[in-house]
Design a protein around this ligand. Structure first.
Ligand code: NDP
Length: 480
């Protein structure tokens, strides 16, 4: 499939006619060409967005809501097509894309179609001064949305839906590694009746097209999801221009398991939270901390369960673990495994590349469990972002908490316990943006989503996202 930019409601080639190959991770073959867009393409997208802004920001909430709902419906109507495209681009099992990624992309639009009709602002009566204050929440103008490759359409739409719901126009860039579903979204936007210029999609490299969005003087807000290093770079450009910034970055999430938990539920969920999407979810619990009393039992049972996971071609219905997103990423993850012994760590299961019959050139890796004894080792401190988890034991609540917080990241944490006091104490003291108790990745789109420390700033989700994409303005009227 050859990808084009979507600017001003039309599919267009990049101005310089420069293209890059797009690889299918399941077989290593080139699946099509994508635009290698430049600053000039971003400028065209900006101009279209700027032109559309006045009219779009004045459409009624009902009208906006209806269009967002149409987009959600059309995404679901194309569930199979989009799921196959997502899998082809990313390497994830088609079944996962069908169950999670694509339905969630539709939910993102449907959620904000509803949320915008309920979005309200505050009023304050200044009693005794004959004055009333109220807050106008106005759209920002043209905003930039930049998203990563791990949950391509899911995360792309998580930004775009609230941005346009709030009346902004958007210049968006999906990851150059997974452009297909964002491209297919263009047709849906046309069919759904989204006015031209409201959403413009530019494909290309982060360092050129992405950078041009961030550096554009008139793109007033940037919503970014991606790596911490890239987030810091973006903040460095955007902050001196006083842009509004939402940064959803990396994680090194602890999965803390106490002996009093519902063991079977914990075990099944831990397999999922470790290896879903080949471990390439920012919320995966990549550091498993287990109470010493059940450590040996957990180790044995966990290995047994993980050994049953099937690594295979993503289009095979029986596949649990598909391909990693790219050759470069496969090598990076494998590098972490290979250097594990330097840190005194021991590979308990997996660790090797997998040759899948019929897809020999695909980027497959075994789910990997590594036992570590020192939380300071690089495997426990750095984001690997692949099908690799570490396990280590702890003795006391205080030790578990100390280990959990002893990383630079602070995105999410999971705690497995039936002790109410303990679950409250951990919920309060964990330095993360999200805490799950006795579950994982149970998402309610109304909740604030984001991280602490090096996992980012700002919150997405629910009304937080609508607040991000609007400017609050205080109006004070004194009456006689
Ligand atoms: P990157 O930071 O490499 O890229 C993310 C996006 O930013 C891509 O579209 C990329 O384009 C673009 N980009 C890269 N460099 C620049 C730049 N200089 N200026 C502007 N844009 C740029 O992350 P990955 O795509 O590798 O995604 C994995 C990371 O995302 C992990 O660290 C993961 O934890 C994090 N993540 C965080 C989530 C959260 O909610 N906190 C959720 C999901 C993932 P291109 O790919 O074309 O280079």
């Amino acid at each position: 499939m050859n990808i084009k930019n979507y600017i001003n409601g039309e599919f267009v080639n990049p101005i310089e006619n420069n293209w890059m190959p797009n690889y299918n991770p399941s077989n290593g073959k080139v699946s099509g060409q994508i635009p290698n867009s430049t600053k000039e393409d971003v400028e065209k997208a900006y101009e279209a967005a700027e032109k559309a802004f006045l009219k779009w920001s004045n459409t009624t909430l009902e009208e906006r809501s209806k269009i967002l709902s149409n987009i959600a419906t059309l995404i679901l109507e194309r569930l199979d097509l989009l799921a196959v495209a997502e899998s082809k681009d990313n390497g994830k099992p088609v079944s996962l894309a069908k169950e999670v990624d694509i339905p969630r992309a539709a939910s993102n639009f449907q959620f904000f179609a509803n949320a915008i009709t309920q979005f309200s602002s505050e009023a304050h009566e200044s009693i005794g001064l004959n004055a009333v204050n109220f807050t106008l929440r106005q759209p920002i103008g043209v905003v930039g949305c930049i998203s990563p490759w791990n949950l391509p359409l899911y995360l792309f739409t998580w930004k775009i839906a609230p941005a346009i719901a709030a009346g902004n126009c958007v210049v968006a860039k999906p990851s150059e590694i997974t452009p297909m579903t964002a491209f297919l979204l263009g047709e849906i936007l046309q069919e759904a009746g989204l006015p031209k210029g409201v959403l413009n999609i530019v494909h290309g490299l982060g360092t050129t097209a992405g950078n041009a969005i961030v550096a554009h003087p008139n793109i007033k807000a940037i919503s970014f999801t991606g790596g911490t290093k890239t987030g810091a770079h973006i903040a460095g450009i955007a902050a001196p221009m006083f842009k509004k910034l939402s940064l959803e970055l990396g994680g090194k999430n602890p999965n803390i398991i106490f002996a009093d938990c519902d063991y079977n539920k914990m075990l099944a969920t831990t397999v999922r939270s470790s290896f879903a999407n080949q471990g390439q979810i920012c919320l995966c619990g990549s550091r498993i901390l287990v109470e010493e009393k059940i450590y040996e039992k957990f180790k044995k049972d966990f290995i047994e369960k993980v050994a049953q996971l099937k690594v295979g071609n993503p289009s095979d219905e029986t596949t649990n673990i598909g391909a990693l997103v790219s050759m470069a990423h496969l090598e990076k993850v494998k590098g972490y495994i290979d250097s594990a012994s330097k840190d005194g760590a021991k590979v308990l299961f997996g660790g090797n590349k997998v040759l899948v019959t019929g897809s020999e050139n695909g980027y497959y890796l075994q789910p990997t469990i590594i036992e570590v004894t020192d939380n300071k080792c690089s495997l426990n401190q750095e984001e690997v972002f692949g099908p690799v988890v570490t396990i280590m034991s702890f003795k006391t609540d205080a030790e578990a908490l100390q280990l959990a917080n002893d990383v630079k990241y602070g995105l999410s944490a999971t705690v497995w316990t039936h002790d109410l006091n303990r679950s409250m104490q951990f919920s309060k003291q964990l330095q993360t943006g999200i805490v799950w108790v006795n579950t994982w990745m149970l998402r309610d789109l109304r909740t604030p989503f984001g991280g602490q420390k090096d996992s980012g700033v700002g919150r997405e989700g629910g009304l937080e996202a609508l607040r991000f994409f609007t400017v609050p303005k205080n109006v004070c009227i004194q009456y006689g």
